[in-house]
Design a protein around this ligand. Structure first.
Ligand code: MEV
Length: 436
């Protein structure tokens, strides 16, 4: 029987590995071998990874691929993508090439506002609290001036602090709803440090205020934390072309293709079951670049999906129209990204990914990431409304199946050739492999 362990984090890496292998795997020698196989021979690099988190026992690799030929605002990019799904980089590259011949992607930043909140309970009269708050904003900013001075020098900082009465949603619940400009930083640490200072100031000023002399008037700080919902940190990316230039597929007319695309988007707008998968396809592109550039993909995921539901129903993040014979396809999404701080100067591959992207500012990275999402969605929906998704997907997945079967290089070449003209299914690959 496995018993709880005390002080696991204090064990050495080898001790941790031995413990986990011994207690939770069937073949501990094999488990240890696998974990160690992923250690990096460069001990400095390994140490860096060991220290990213607690209790590191090994590294978890994802492929880093490159999707070239992305023309964004007339500048050519090769986009690094970290992702395990076989068809994503191929689909991105294909979409990039398609739009390269049609003027490329155009992008713009609609806003860069970040958000954080101090959540607190207050048991008195709102008008009094509001009066108290009138004089408070400058004190809050002043108390945080040490934290904000560098950001301010660069043109960023706190942009607004608002008192919000949330008692209709929850009894006695109020907030300081705060907005920030964090420039090239994602800003989580900066925002959270500011918020914790605001909370302290709020409590102190409340305690010292002569306005609240009744015993029932109490203020209790609950928590201070940034919000990953950033509906005013928005980027737009779009592609467009005359309808007749839209399709290079001989099996379908450009007009039919445009209509099929528009209908597919309309379905994703109307039907949440489809919208979730539609947006998942967008996130295939977005997460891969977010991850490759060392940003927090969970924050991005949470914020993007909340935005997709902002009008009360989960819906498509992309839009399509045909007006005056011009097909237009676009995305508008919230992306709070950073190109300084965090892993960006620490993780060698992240540093390199940013270098490949020509050392973008956070705004430029927002635009590149939005384009990756739009391209991915274009590729997916295009396949869905024409050939179906499985053809391309299974073509890319074929290698995974062959590797699973243990095919030799020579067998792979033969089978890849064979499946150029035969439908790929898992069982068909096994059959063809066995025959070989
Ligand atoms: C698969 O990872 C993504 C798709 O399902 C997206 C979509 O359906 O639009 C192909």
């Amino acid at each position: 029987m496995i018993t709880p362990i005390e002080g696991f984090s204090k064990l050495t890496k080898n001790q941790k590995i031995a413990w986990i292998a011994e207690n939770y795997t069937q073949n501990s020698d094999e488990a240890i071998k696998i974990l160690k196989r992923y250690w990096n021979a460069d001990s400095d690099l390994q140490k860096l990874h060991d220290e990213f988190i607690e209790n590191t026992v090994s590294n978890y690799y994802l492929p880093l691929g490159i999707a070239p030929n992305f023309l964004i605002n007339d500048k050519l990019y090769a986009i690094p993508m970290a992702i395990e799904e076989s068809s994503v980089v191929a689909a991105a590259s294909k979409a990039a090439k398609f739009w390269l011949k049609r003027g490329g992607f155009k992008t713009s930043i609609i806003g860069t506002e970040k958000v954080g909140q101090v959540h607190f309970m207050y048991t008195g009269d709102f008008t009094k609290l509001n009066e108290f708050f009138t004089g408070l904003e400058s004190v809050l900013k002043n108390d945080a001036s040490d934290i904000t001075k560098n950001m301010k020098k660069r043109g960023g900082g706190i942009t607004a602090i608002t008192l919000k009465d949330k008692t209709e949603d929850l009894k006695d619940y109020y907030q300081l709803h705060c907005t920030f400009e964090t420039l090239d930083a994602m800003g989580a640490n900066f925002i959270n440090t500011c918020l914790e200072q605001f909370a302290q100031t709020l409590k102190r000023e409340f305690t010292n205020s002569l306005l609240f002399s009744n015993s029932y008037e109490e203020l209790e700080i609950v928590m201070s934390i940034l919000s990953n919902y950033v509906p005013n940190c928005i980027v737009k990316a779009e592609v467009s072309c005359p309808v007749e230039e839209l399709n290079d597929d001989k099996n379908i007319s450009p007009e039919d293709f445009a209509q099929k695309m528009i209908r597919a988007i309309a379905i994703a707008k109307a039907e949440p079951y489809r919208a979730v998968t539609h947006n998942k396809g967008i996130m295939n592109g977005i997460d891969a670049v977010v991850l490759a550039t060392g940003n927090d993909f969970r924050a991005i995921e949470a914020g993007v999906h909340a935005y997709a539901a902002k009008d009360g129903q989960y819906s498509s993040l992309t839009h399509a129209t045909v007006e005056n014979n011009i097909f237009k396809f676009w995305i508008e999404i919230p992306l709070a990204l950073g190109t300084v701080g965090g892993l960006t100067s620490l993780h060698p591959l992240v540093k390199l990914a940013l270098e490949i992207l020509q050392k973008p500012s956070a705004k430029e990275l927002m635009q590149i990431v939005a384009v990756a999402g739009l391209a991915q969605n274009f590729g997916a929906v295009r396949s869905l409304v024409t050939t179906g998704i499985q053809k391309g997907h299974m073509k890319m997945h074929l290698m995974n199946i062959l590797n699973q079967l243990g095919a030799s290089e020579e067998q792979k070449v033969t089978l890849v050739e064979h499946f150029k003209t035969n439908t790929i299914t898992h069982s068909a690959v096994i059959e063809a492999y066995n025959k070989l």
